[in-house]
Design a binder for this molecule. Structure first.
Ligand code: ADP
Ligand code: MG
Length: 347
C-alpha cells in the first residue's frame, strides 16, 4: 500500500498548464444530455430544463484532510468525488456533473496527477458523471483538490434537513464507524513502517475497515431504492462527520428532539472486533467517527412497512418534541444527551 508506484517521473513543467489539462481530461466522455458543453471553453454549459439544480462543493487539503503516505492518489481521487456525490444524494437528487480544481506543487510528477485522475475517472464511470471543467494551478505547500458536484431533482422530490416531525422514524443505511477505524489502522501501520520500513503488515482482519476508509461508495443506490419503494424521507443528510453530528443538524434545523437507541446502531463485525482490540467503545466510534458516507433520514411512521426488513435500512430511533431533547438511550436504558462529539457523559 505504501510502495512507490511512480517509477516514471515526467515533470509538469514539460507539459505546461494547457497540455496538462488536455492530457488529464482527454479520456473523459460525456454521458448526460444535460451537459451542453463540457471541458474546453470559458465555462461549461448545462441545461436542466424544468428540474431544480443541486450544487455542492468541497475543498481537500493535504495534511489536513488526507495523508499521502497511506492514501494512494487513485483512492484520493475516487474518494474526493464520492464525498461530493454523497451530498447530492443526500438531497434525494441525481448527480450528473463535476468540476475538479487542483493546485499542485512541483514535487508531483505527471504520473502522480495521472493516478489522481484515474481515481476521478473511475468514479465518473461507476456513477455516470460528466467531468465538465475545473481549474489547474500551482501550489507551494502541497496538494489541494476542490470538487464541485452538480445534480438535479424534481422540485417535489428534493429532501431538506429541516422537515423532520415528531414521531418520524430515524433511519440509517449500511453500517457505521468502519471508515474511522480504517484510518486508525492505517495510521498505526504508518507508525510501524516509520520505525521498521521492512515490516510487512497483515491487514486481512481489517480489510472492510480499510476499504471503507480508502474506497468509500456514495449511496446512489439508496436514492433509487427509496424511489422504488415510494418513500420520500421527511429529512435527509449524509454521514460525513459522524452520526451524532448529523442527528444534531437534522434536529436543529427541524426544531425537534430525538431518541437514538444504542442497541440499534448498525455495526460491522470487524468494527466490533477492532474496537475490542483497540480498547475503543464502538458506540463512540459510530457516533463520532466520520467519513462513512451513509445516508441518515427520517420517514413518517406510515412509511415504515415499506422499508421494514430491508437489509439496507436500520431504524435507530425516532423524532420527538424539541422539549424532550436529543438523547442516546443506552443498552442499560439510561438517557444521555447527544453532543457533536458523541455524547455528554456528565449530566
Ligand atoms: P480559464 O483560463 O478560462 O480559467 P483554463 O485554461 O483554466 O480556463 O481551463 C480550460 C478548460 O479546462 C476549462 O473548460 C476548464 O474548466 C477546464 N479545466 C481546467 N483545469 C481542469 C482540471 N484540473 N480538470 C478538469 N478540467 C479542467
Ligand atoms: Mg482556469
Amino acid at each position: 500500500m505504501i510502495e512507490d508506484k511512480n517509477q516514471a517521473r515526467t515533470s509538469l513543467a514539460e507539459l505546461g498548464e494547457f497540455g496538462l489539462i488536455k492530457h488529464l481530461t482527454q479520456n473523459f466522455k460525456i454521458a448526460h444530455t444535460t451537459t451542453i458543453k463540457g471541458v474546453g471553453d470559458d465555462a461549461a454549459v448545462l441545461d436542466f430544463k424544468n428540474k431544480q439544480v443541486l450544487v455542492t462543493t468541497d475543498l481537500l487539503i493535504e495534511g489536513v484532510h488526507f495523508d499521502l503516505s497511506y492514501m494512494p492518489l487513485k483512492h484520493l481521487g475516487y474518494k474526493a468525488v464520492m464525498a461530493n456525490l454523497s451530498d447530492v444524494y443526500a438531497m434525494n437528487g441525481a448527480a450528473s456533473q463535476i468540476t475538479v480544481s487542483i493546485a499542485v506543487s512541483n514535487r508531483f510528477p505527471l504520473e502522480a496527477i495521472e493516478e489522481l485522475y484515474e481515481g476521478i475517472h473511475l468514479a465518473c464511470k461507476n456513477y455516470t458523471i460528466d467531468l465538465v471543467g475545473g481549474d489547474t494551478t500551482s501550489s507551494v505547500t502541497g496538494l489541494l483538490i476542490s470538487i464541485t458536484a452538480i445534480g438535479e431533482a424534481k422540485a417535489a422530490d428534493v429532501v431538506y434537513r429541516n422537515m423532520a416531525k415528531p414521531n418520524d422514524l430515524l433511519v440509517v443505511t449500511g453500517d457505521l464507524g468502519a471508515a474511522y477505524l480504517g484510518l486508525q489502522v492505517l495510521e498505526r501501520e504508518k507508525q510501524v513502517f516509520e520505525v521498521n520500513p521492512n515490516s510487512q503488515p497483515d491487514l486481512t482482519n481489517y480489510s472492510y475497515l480499510i476499504e471503507r476508509q480508502l474506497k468509500p461508495e456514495a449511496r446512489k443506490d439508496i436514492v433509487k431504492l427509496l424511489q422504488d419503494l415510494d418513500v420520500k424521507p421527511t429529512a435527509m443528510i449524509d454521514i460525513s462527520d459522524g452520526l451524532s453530528s448529523e442527528i444534531l443538524h437534522i434536529c436543529d434545523q427541524s426544531k425537534v428532539g430525538c431518541s437514538l437507541y444504542e442497541e440499534k446502531i448498525p455495526l460491522d463485525p470487524q468494527v466490533i472486533a477492532t474496537c475490542e482490540e483497540f480498547d475503543l467503545n464502538s458506540t463512540t466510534i459510530a457516533l463520532s467517527g466520520g467519513e462513512d458516507y451513509e445516508l441518515l433520514f427520517t420517514i413518517s411512521q406510515e412509511d415504515f412497512p415499506k422499508i421494514k426488513g430491508n437489509p439496507h435500512f436500520t431504524v435507530i430511533g425516532h423524532i420527538t418534541d424539541k422539549s424532550q431533547g436529543i438523547n442516546l438511550v443506552t443498552r442499560a436504558g439510561q438517557q444521555i444527551e447527544l453532543t457533536a462529539q458523541g455524547w455528554n457523559s456528565i449530566k
